[in-house]
Design a protein around this ligand. Structure first.
Ligand SMILES: [Zn+2]
Length: 141
């Protein structure tokens, strides 16, 4: 008995080999643009970060996403990896007044994080959609 046939013996866990694959790359790029991962034209968000319950164009259900704090974690990770080396380079190369440097990098870090946050959230939701996680595959769980 193979592992797959064991899974199909469990009620509600049937594996359908005929289910179509979803294009992960296209979906994630649509997520970066904050568009619906299914059609690419409907807006995924209403406002800055609030995800729509369903796509206004194709009606794809989006309410069961589970992005949670993943976008915030990734934003801080990326901003840290970009800004910390830049801070060192700027301090050594231009030797500005420390308060000027701190002010510029504080404002710059917040701006970059606010730019990345909704885009990374869109990418994470699109990844979950493409991999049929958390109900995106049609299951009700
Ligand atoms: Zn759509």
């Amino acid at each position: 008995m193979t592992h797959q046939s064991e899974l199909t013996d469990v009620p509600g866990m049937a594996i359908s080999p005929c289910e179509e694959e979803r294009d992960l790359r296209a979906a994630v790029l649509r997520g970066w643009r904050r568009r619906c991962p299914a059609c690419g034209s409907g807006s995924m968000m209403k406002g800055y970060l609030k995800v729509r319950d369903e796509c206004p164009v194709c009606g794809e259900k989006l309410h069961h996403h589970r992005a949670d704090d993943g976008p915030a974690y990734l934003s801080v990770l990326i901003v840290g990896f970009v800004m910390v080396p830049l801070l060192g380079v700027a301090y050594i190369r231009f030797s500005p007044d420390p308060m000027v440097l701190a002010t510029l990098f504080s404002v710059g870090s917040v701006a970059v994080a606010l730019y990345l946050l909704p885009r990374l959230k869109g990418m994470i939701i699109a990844f979950q959609w493409a991999r049929k996680m958390h109900g995106f595959g049609g299951e009700t769980t």
